[in-house]
Design a protein around this ligand. Structure first.
Ligand SMILES: *Cc1c(COP(=O)(O)O)cnc(C)c1O
Length: 395
């Protein structure tokens, strides 16, 4: 017995649900990669990516997932043996740091914990100790997709500035760009990177870097550069060099459509929609938590991301069974806990192409699963979410 049929709904934090318009945008023949139309497509996207990152700096597009863009950033600005400081708030910055270590960097992790965001004062204190400026770069994520921590990138930027330390500030926005405000230039970020398949509602396979002048200067002397990732190589006059080879034409069609949809809605509205829907999710989780089994992974309310919520489950209950019930019985696919939270949590994504019925439906299905599996929970989580939206989305 099941109540699933038709399209399965993906509520995992990437890849996310793609709008039909984005899927349809790819259903056409390829272009001549030397045509004027192709050049225009690239120029427009590169301009729009810099606008999304809020920078006057240049953007670059890679045929790669987020891990590829991580490597792109590192190889373009680091030299063998450079010391870097990784700010931990879950899994992803540490993962980026692991890539750097494998490439020959000397990696220090500023220990955080999986239940809190990075504390800017800790960053400032560590940088002040580094009197000879051995640290060349600082790596952090805006949203950690495993812990669901939201890091205050602006405040960390201010902490770096007030320490007077010259290290490059490198930020991962894979799980936040196009969902939550990001101001690369205003917040003092030197390089930002992101991927296509989360907030940007595009198939996996593209990733991006945005780079300011300070990072371009460091780039000139970096010795970890390799031809495919190299920003200088991508400045060549022939159009194909922007992609280090053949352009990923259909993914670019999809991205063009996705950005057009974001612009049509208006970026500020997109941010507000994410905030309202995230708060609806948090209302439901708060009520469920009254049953003493479920709870927020991130303990501080102000440090919870508007794109994903990680819900911890007490030892006596199995989040994988909950995830399986939601998928097999109701056709909703939740994220499972990953990294340190494997087997201890589930994740609800609310990023990208999401709306009220998708979120209320997902919350409703989770409540059905809690009931069916006999997991103690406060009753009325979905009702709380409905109440919140009713009060905060004015007629
Ligand atoms: C998903 C994700 C990545 C990795 O992206 P892939 O496309 O899976 O390689 C990196 N950072 C963050 C914050 C992510 O959410």
């Amino acid at each position: 017995m099941a109540v699933r049929a038709g399209r399965e709904f993906l509520a995992i934090p990437g890849p996310t649900t793609m709008p039909d318009e984005v899927l349809r945008a790819m259903h056409r023949p390829a272009l001549d990669i030397y045509s004027e139309e192709m050049v225009q497509l690239s120029d427009g996207l590169l301009r729009d990516l810099s606008r999304l990152f809020a920078t006057k700096g240049k953007s670059y597009i890679y045929i790669a997932n987020g891990h590829g863009a991580w490597e792109a950033v590192l190889s373009n600005v680091l030299s063998r043996g450079d010391k870097i400081l990784v700010l931990e708030s879950g899994r992803f910055a540490v993962g980026w740091g692991n890539a750097a270590a494998a490439m020959g960097a000397d990696v220090e992790v500023l220990q955080g914990d999986w239940r809190r965001a990075v504390r800017p004062a800790d960053v400032e204190a560590r940088l002040r100790q580094d009197k000879d400026h051995k640290i060349k770069a600082i790596l952090v994520v805006q949203v950690d997709t495993a812990s669901a921590a939201y890091n205050d990138i602006e405040a960390i930027g201010k902490a770096i500035k007030s320490s007077g330390h010259p290290a490059l500030y490198l930020v991962d926005t894979v799980a936040s760009l196009g969902c939550m405000p990001f101001e690369m230039d205003a917040w003092g970020i030197d390089v930002a990177m992101s991927g296509s398949q989360k907030g940007l509602m595009t198939p996996p396979g593209l990733s991006f870097c945005a780079v300011n002048d300070r990072a371009q200067q460091v780039h000139k002397k970096a010795n970890l550069r390799t031809p495919y990732w190299d920003w200088t190589e991508r400045e060549g006059t022939e159009h194909y060099r922007k992609y280090g080879g053949t352009a990923p034409i259909h993914l670019l069609f999809a991205l063009r459509q996705a950005i057009d949809m974001i612009d049509e809605e208006g970026l500020e509205n997109v941010f507000l929609r994410h905030r309202l829907l995230a708060e609806a999710v948090r209302c439901a989780v708060s009520v469920w938590a009254e049953g003493q089994v479920l709870g927020f992974n991130i303990t501080e309310a102000s440090e919870r991301a508007n794109t994903v919520t990680t819900v911890l489950m007490a030892d006596s209950h199995d989040p994988v069974a909950l995830q399986r019930y939601c998928k097999e019985k109701c056709g909703v696919v939740l994220g499972v806990g990953i990294g340190d939270l494997a087997g201890q949590a589930f994740r609800i994504a609310h990023m990208g192409h999401v709306n009220a019925p998708m979120i209320l439906g997902t919350l409703g299905v989770i409540e059905v699963a809690l009931q069916a599996l006999g997991v103690p929970h406060g009753k009325g989580g979905v009702e709380a979410a409905i109440g919140w939206l009713g009060d905060n989305v004015p007629a």
